[in-house]
Design a protein around this ligand. Sequence first.
Ligand code: ARG
Length: 400
Amino acid sequence: MKKRVVLAYSGGLDTSVIVRWLTDKGFEVITYTADVGQGEELDEIEEKAKQAGAVEAIIEDVKEEFARDYCVPLLQSGALYEGKYTLLSALSRPLISKKLVEIAHRYDAHYVAHGSTGKGNDQVRFEVSVWALDPDIEVLAPVRDWEFKSRDEEIEYAKKHGIPVKVTKEKPYSYDRNLWGVAIEAGPLEDPWTEPPEDAFEITVSPEKAPNSPEYIKITFQNGIPVAINDKQYEQLWKLIWDLNEIGGKHGVGRIDMVENRLVGIKSREVYESPAGLLLMKAYDDLESLVLDRFTYHYKLTHISQPYANIVYEGLWFSKLREALDAFNKEISSLVTGEVKIKLYKGHFQIVGRKSPNSLYIEDLATYSPKDTFDQKAGGAFTKIWGLPLKVFARVNRKK
Ligand code: ARG
């Protein structure tokens, strides 16, 4: 019997060459392509895969599943890698890995394969995710192992095997796009001092080209799930995220430019566009600060959000730890109901209003007007006790 492999297939040159290469090595290749909101027509994928030698090409729309089961938990976790990156690429890998494993089981395949290189995070995310779901599956990473020493050699091989190589002059950038945003790498971006050229961006306009007047939007959350923009209810969550990308993108909102620490030890310059991701995360956090008591809110910030970001970045989505943190976030999310008002203007956005039926903001306690019900005398007693440790310390140590 032929060895069977399920390959995560994008339709691009690399993964097409992989189809051929694996076929040459005696594998029967089944390709899997997920629509995670990359905004590309997937019509020609089947033909491309088969032309490259695939015995079967599976294409699936998983936008809603991606939104519900991946974007929402991430949103509720408050995770931003190194405080900046919305983790968009890291988020799609576990979903794709899960699908690869399912298809491998369905087709009785012992192998899955991906097109990631040996110096990125994605190889780790794919492989660790697959093993976490089925430790017996073998993962192949042809790009890491094959004999081609340059892009030219790969193109030569493609041409020899009738794999179409786009002759149009492509942009010098490498993209990874889904509902949660776009990751842009390579070309001139490899110099961290070079400002990203405008043609690098896919879904955001430059602040200079953004409208000259601000736009206000309102996002409604129901038990931790975004359900409406400007009172327009969405049946499908992916569509809400999609529209939010468009609104943010139009105002040049959502660009991230950073040097980040990859898992494999190197630093890389990364440029992202994540309008919906950033808008939703900031809005969610803002509502949390309104509905959570101080202890819970602070605990979440220090003990959940940052560890969660590393878990996702480092390929540990299918870990007990992530599930346990999700349980914490889910417990809190039941309180996150309300509305957030956001002002977007020329590359920036600001939260300018929030309300919730669960709001802990009590005007009678906060006000400086005569309506004040706060017991100010208690403030004096509290301050005395609060400051006591430092007072004692000073008495012993600072008087010397
Ligand atoms: N550095 C980012 C990450 O690790 C982006 C990766 C983009 N992936 C890609 N295949 N272009 O999440």
